[in-house]
Write a new protein. Sequence first.
Length: 303
Amino acid sequence: MQNKRRFEQYHRYGLLFIAPFFLAFLVFQLYPILYTIYLSFTDLKGWNPAANLVGLDNYFAIFRNPLFLKSISNTFILWGVNFVPQIGLALLLAAWFTNIKLRLRGKGFFKVAFYLPNIITAASVAILFFVLFSFPLGPINLVLQHFGVLDQPYDFFRSETGTRLIVSFIQFWMWYGQTTIVLVSGILSIDDALFESAMVDGANDGQIFRKITLPLLKPILLYTLVTSLIGGLQMFDIPFLLTNGNPNNSVLTITMFIYNQAFTGSRNFNVAATASVLLLVLSIVLSTLLFQFFKENSKVGRK
């Protein structure tokens, strides 16, 4: 009985230790989320504290907003163009780093070098690439003219395709290192005996990668895909700092649309809140679909 009383006393201390987290979560996360959902059903604009409930009008209106629809397509284009080569290169590098036969030297150095772009601030990266591709005397323009690729300077940031490719490349360059490290960790968690048995049976590197590595790496691939998708939907800093969504809103993303609605112009907080709720719903739906897709594929594979 005495031990039970002591446990109850310690239990109270445990609650006190975890209380700050829950208080911070309620004040800084849960309350803003619930308040944003509430604002999406109002007509709040500007700094006027008065807001009237308008039901689903904001949701009907935002799907007729061409700028919002364009921001959705831009977001998926920028994410897709950077993620496909990113996951491909990361898988290739991870396979090389973990290959028993190759025994690569200096793997630690290369991992640090590949991960380095991820720790550079977005502002620094944006300035760096803006200078590299600047018109007319940027280093890229000078190099391309020197080798005869261009007859005259090319203004990359006045081209929609050029700007999208630059933003996508920056996202790829900043994140492929982290993706590589995650995949390397996943491959290293696989039992070495499986690879050794396959090599004894005469399997080559390609067969080992397809038949052993990829199937057992599916949970890590799912994690990488979901986190990359959520990060891609929240893409903001690079396109905002580089060109502020220009030219012709070609790199305007969903989060930039939300920012512009809430903090520029007439400050349409109701529109920004509605877009934020839709972004949350889109993230949840797409993540759930990816989980279901991988789950169904795993069932088919077992059969």
